[in-house]
Design a protein around this ligand. Structure first.
Ligand SMILES: Cc1cc2nc3c(=O)[nH]c(=O)nc-3n(C[C@H](O)[C@H](O)[C@H](O)COP(=O)(O)OP(=O)(O)OC[C@H]3O[C@@H](n4cnc5c(N)ncnc54)[C@H](O)[C@@H]3O)c2cc1C
Length: 440
């Protein structure tokens, strides 16, 4: 089989999954990442397997796309625990996970290029021929037979100023590495922005506090149980407007207004988009508190859900023949699990397109297939653009429960995958081997 090239732009969870998936199909894969580390917003996350994310992860594993969930599981510091509104959650160590993902990509023969920000595109009609870095970065050119865009949906500092509370200096470090660049947008595709009640985008819903600045007894409890629930004095409780503005609607519950809900992802992950530092310091145990991410977590958080691509259920970008998308770029999907499962499909279909094969659409008998279809349909409506969708809560988890697709029985999940004829579909293509993705 002749080698075909796939270039993945954006090395968050979605791009990492897309790169692995395309490599397993025998494509020569290059992954471009703007920053000096992979995982994007996943560098400050950690929650997975909570509520319906368990089902989605197990579906992906049954379909042969489990590598990244295995890495998360290997890096888990709390497993099978509960916090308000969420059951059987796991938390990976957000400071430790990234090198494991880099290693997995290298083991699978992916050429990982960090500090490589694609900012120009070359087209031949509706086909993308190459992406390039800017002139100031050497105008390096990356040609491919098919592309996956997984650049996420974060705002630039200008949009954080305009639609949020200003640049709060988050992990994305736009001032250092340059802002997100939308590749489909550069190719002339009209993109979509999430909006609710006239507000554009949505604010990220968690910030991290340095543990060493908290009371040691609270930290000991957090380390032991994975979760801390600390009542907030009545006057300091956030109003419903602040909770409504969050992109993580699954946490828009009364418990999160009345308490500091803090999870242990290595740092102390405060489940609030921001919380004024002077108010935080007035709560017993937090007198010396400091934010680790974003640095200005007392003021605001990153804004997201700008520039999503119109796409079909194979995750091909509408209007371009050989460009696929995954993660937040593919719609109002929130979460690492959501990014991985869509990235997995986008990378697979990009490789198939490179080899001249028909793309795969996952059936709606699977939670993943239904979510991809449902989010696309919902995003056609003004109301649908106001929601965020995740397997872990809010509107989409309700839908899973109603449709009977929220399953905790791994054998039953495997049975449904088998019934759809998809067991191991994202596994290695016959004749392609793991090390350096050699095509035999
Ligand atoms: C503070 C915070 C906490 C969160 N906590 C959780 C959690 O606990 N659990 C959970 O499931 N979800 C969590 N989320 C949400 C979750 O992180 C995201 O929904 C998901 O990881 C998005 O993945 P992605 O790959 O689509 O996008 P991103 O993570 O945004 O990754 C996109 C990547 O593309 C790169 N990029 C952009 N443009 C270019 C370009 N032109 N060239 C090259 N590279 C480019 C970026 O640098 C970035 O690395 C959290 C989000 C935030 C912000």
């Amino acid at each position: 089989m002749a080698r075909k090239k796939v270039v993945v732009i954006g090395g968050g969870w979605a791009g990492s999954a897309a790169a692995l998936s395309a490599a397993k199909q025998g494509a020569e894969v290059t992954l471009l990442e703007r920053a000096d580390m992979l995982l994007g917003t996943g560098l400050v996350g950690g929650i997975f397997r909570n509520n319906g994310r368990f089902t989605a992860a197990e579906e992906a594993i049954a379909m042969g796309g489990g590598e990244l969930f295995e890495r998360m599981d290997a890096c888990t510091i709390h497993k099978d625990f509960e916090f308000p509104g969420h059951q059987h959650a796991s938390l990976y160590a957000s400071r430790a996970i990234e090198p494991l993902v880099v290693q997995a990509l290298e083991d699978y023969g992916v050429d990982v290029r960090t500090m490589t920000r694609a900012s120009e595109v070359e087209l031949n009609g509706k086909r993308m021929v190459a992406v390039m870095t800017g002139k100031d970065a050497g105008a390096e050119r990356f040609e491919a037979d098919a592309f996956v865009e997984t650049t996420g949906t974060t705002a630039s500092p200008a949009n954080c100023n305009r639609y949020g509370n200003g640049c709060c200096m988050c992990i994305l470090r736009c001032h250092t590495f340059g802002t997100r660049v939308s590749i489909a947008g550069k190719a002339g595709i009209a993109e979509m922005t999430g909006k609710k009640d006239g507000h554009m985008g949505a604010m990220s819903g968690a910030c991290e506090i340095l543990k060493e600045t908290m009371d040691p007894e609270l930290v000991a409890q957090l380390n032991r149980t994975g979760v801390l629930i600390v009542p907030i004095p009545k006057n300091d409780q956030p109003g419903s407007a602040k909770l409504d503005a969050k992109c993580c609607q699954q946490y828009n519950l009364p418990e999160y207004a009345a308490n500091l809900v803090i999870l242990d992802n290595g740092e102390a992950k405060l489940m609030s988009p921001f919380f004024p530092l002077h108010q935080l310091r007035s709560i017993p145990g937090f007198k010396r508190a400091r934010y680790a991410d974003p640095y200005s977590g007392g003021i605001g958080n990153s804004m997201r859900y700008f520039g999503m691509s119109p796409r079909n259920d194979a995750l091909k970008v509408e209007g371009l023949e050989n460009v696929f998308c995954g993660g937040e770029k593919a719609g109002l999907l929130v979460g690492h699990t959501e990014a991985i499962v869509t990235g997995m499909l986008a990378g697979y279909n990009a490789a198939r397109a490179a080899f001249g094969e028909e793309p795969l659409v996952l059936p709606d008998s699977l939670a993943i297939g239904d979510a991809i279809k449902h989010v696309r349909e919902e995003m056609q409506t003004e109301k649908g653009l106001g929601y965020k969708y995740t397997f872990s809560g809010s509107v989409y988890f309700e839908r899973m429960k109603q449709r009977g697709s929220y399953l905790m029985d791994v054998a039953e999940i495997k049975r449904r995958v088998a019934a759809a004829g998809l067991t191991d579909v994202f596994g290695w293509r016959a004749g392609v081997t793991a090390k350096a993705c050699c095509v035999q």
